[in-house]
Design a binder for this molecule. Structure first.
Ligand code: RIB
Ligand code: CA
Length: 322
């Protein structure tokens, strides 16, 4: 087994964020070194509490959690996503409280310290609004330059939006931060709706990890509100766990088919705000180009997620890492 990739997840848990964190903990290819939280689906105090409780659920309250930005850089996010993720962000499921508390250092400082001290390149999976990552770029540019890979769940090249007709939620929540990050020349993979929406976790897959044991059963319970929302909003009998697909790419680089594209974000205040404008006319050679995910083997991605989530109950968490 090669040396695990040091991984940070920047997140706004969030139902699919919770699944993404559990997926990382179930994957020996990565070493989850830090979770940084950000406003987004719900307020940052809640996303932080949720991150602590999800880590505790999997027996990994040893993973440090650092709280980050409570609001977007310029224009406050118009609304949260409690109607999708539940008022407390985890589908109405009350997880047992963690014995751990957030570390005292704010997310941006914790990120900078980790990046400056890491002996090997660190992957950051950013699966919420990009406020923390934009602040890292502006406050600690030398640390940001040491990011090995930045895997962003956000935007779309041709599938339009989910929070508005034009915009995907994470980008829309902080369009200015997204513009700064996606034009920063950081080695970025953009995992957007084009590849997440076709990747549907169905009830049969959920049942498989639900039957594996208490962690899988709790993950399934957290998903239930997402399932109900999908059924009423899209008429589908499955859920799109957007963030888990992005973390899959962080765990297994190359899972998704990507093309280097120039990407900009509409930071206007009109109907297009938060839209990612992906130039698909050419393959870009610009240093600011982003690796945009355009192909996915959805069946393989779902199987990977289901089997890894089921494994959390099969093998007790690695005690050595506690
Ligand atoms: O559009 C999907 C994204 O918005 C996911 O990160 C989900 O958690 C929500 O934050
Ligand atoms: Ca998220």
């Amino acid at each position: 087994m090669p040396t695990p990739i040091p991984l940070v997840i920047d997140t706004d848990p969030g139902i699919d964020d919770a699944l993404a964190i559990l997926l990382a903990l179930a994957s020996p290819e990565v070493d989850l070194r830090l979770v940084t939280t950000v406003h987004g689906n719900v307020e940052v105090a809640q996303t932080t509490e949720n991150a602590l409780r999800v880590l505790h659920l999997a027996g990994r309250s040893d993973v440090p959690v650092a709280a980050g930005a409570r609001e977007s850089l310029v224009h406050p996010q118009p609304e949260r996503a409690g109607h999708v993720h539940g008022a407390a962000g985890l589908g109405g499921v009350e997880l047992p409280p963690s014995p751990a508390v957030p570390i005292l250092r704010p997310a941006v400082v914790a990120l900078a310290e980790l990046l400056m001290s890491a002996p090997q390149p660190v992957t950051i999976a950013a699966v919420g609004p990009l406020t923390n990552i934009a602040l890292l770029l502006r406050v600690f540019p030398d640390a940001a330059a040491r990011i090995g890979r930045l895997v962003v769940m956000g935007g779309s090249a041709w599938r339009g939006g989910n929070v508005t007709a034009a915009a995907e939620f994470n980008i829309w929540a902080d369009a200015e931060a997204a513009q700064a990050v996606l034009t920063s020349s950081l080695p970025t993979v953009l995992v957007g709706l084009d590849v997440t929406l076709p990747t549907v976790l169905d009830e049969a897959g959920i049942a498989r990890f639900a039957a594996a044991g208490p962690i899988g059963a709790t993950a399934a319970a957290i998903l239930q509100q997402y399932l109900d929302h999908a059924r009423t909003a899209y008429g589908t009998t499955g859920v799109v766990v957007h963030d888990a697909l992005a973390v899959t790419e962080a765990i297994l680089p190359g899972t998704l088919g990507t093309v280097r594209r120039d990407v900009v974000v509409d930071t206007g205040l009109g109907f297009g705000r938060g839209q990612t404008l992906v130039d698909r006319r050419t393959v870009s050679t610009a240093p600011t180009a982003v690796d945009v995910a355009e192909q996915v083997d959805s069946a393989a991605a779902v199987e990977f997620l289901v089997s890894r989530l089921a494994s959390l109950d099969a093998a007790p968490p690695d005690a050595a890492r506690r």
